[in-house]
Design a protein around this ligand. Structure first.
Ligand SMILES: C[S@@+](CC[C@H](N)C(=O)[O-])C[C@H]1O[C@@H](n2cnc3c(N)ncnc32)[C@H](O)[C@@H]1O
Length: 280
């Protein structure tokens, strides 16, 4: 196996800057809150090492860590990383932006599927590991995190590893409650917590810019049975306050109305006022 080369930081930051240009604007009411660029570089390098040679499913990915990992590999800034990346997200703008980026850059190992986590998971057991940065569950005791994690565990067919990215604050009460609830949930599903990297990412979060998240790494216990099938989620108790207090999940898909070039100003954002020509 070739030695892992050191990352060229300038090249990596410039590559992630291309990815950031391609991200659709976040919908705050759907808890889309994007990770900051410096943390994306470090996170992508870490994910590439963790999922080296594996088939990796993203359960939701507004942050575009999937695209960052694939692009760093295709630009040969990283000489290791996953063999395949598939993003499952209910936002058609995100799925479309991923497909267009992959097409333009000729990245064949990266693709996306329009999918809502409330519905049965379509590709059980087709992956070796999963990554999710879900709605953090501040108002639902972690139920929203657990719905996304459940889909991740189905993606790996209860045989593999997962990285769950959630709020981490040792003073605030709710992130600690959520961390405990998620750990209980994954243990009850036959997984265990392998390690946790605490308070490693910052976000563009206007009402709490200091709130950070951790990487909670889980692994299936040897010998647990694969899921027989995947069921839609109908238990209303798990769905109330999904995106925050009194924001239940009602939307199946976010549809893309108009294809925009995210790196450029939209034409409805501005108009030109010219110099008045002399003599007129
Ligand atoms: C909710 S955000 C969480 C914050 C994260 N930093 C981000 O912005 O990506 C995670 C991703 O999950 C997606 N998502 C939200 N609700 C979903 C659902 N019901 N089914 C599938 N994906 C969903 C969002 O579109 C987004 O890309």
């Amino acid at each position: 196996m070739a030695e892992r080369k050191e990352i060229d930081l300038r090249a990596a930051i410039n590559a992630i800057s291309d990815v950031v240009q391609n991200r659709p604007r976040p919908l705050r009411e759907m808890d889309q809150i994007y990770m900051k660029t410096g943390d994306m570089v470090l996170q992508s390098e870490m994910v590439a090492k963790w999922a080296d040679g594996k088939r990796l499913a993203f359960i939701g990915d507004g942050d575009a860590i999937s695209v960052s990992v694939a692009y760093l590999m295709s630009r040969e800034i990283l000489n290791y990383g996953p063999a395949k990346i598939q993003v499952f997200d209910f936002d058609e703008r995100i799925c479309g932006a991923i497909k267009r980026f992959a097409d333009r850059e000729g990245i064949e190992m990266l693709d996306s599927t329009l999918y809502n986590v409330l519905e049965a998971f379509p590709n059980i057991g087709e992956f070796d590991c999963f990554y999710t940065n879900p709605p953090w569950g501040a108002s639902n005791g972690g139920d929203s995190v657990n719905v996304f994690s459940q889909r991740g565990m189905e993606a790996v067919g209860n045989k593999g590893e997962g990285m769950i990215v959630i709020a981490d604050d040792h003073e605030l009460e709710w992130p600690q409650q959520v961390l405990a609830a998620v750990q209980k949930f994954v243990l009850s599903a036959g997984f265990y917590v392998q390690r946790m990297a605490s308070k490693v990412h910052h976000y563009h979060l206007d009402d709490n810019p200091d709130l950070r998240s951790c990487n909670l790494m889980i692994k299936s216990l040897p010998g647990i049975l694969p899921p027989q099938n995947s069921e839609p989620i109908s238990d209303q108790a798990r769905l109330e306050h999904f995106y925050g207090r009194d924001h239940p999940i009602k939307i199946r898909y976010v549809r893309e109305k108009k294809r925009v070039d995210y790196g450029k100003a939209h034409d409805d954002e501005y108009c030109y006022e010219t110099f008045v020509e002399e003599g007129k």
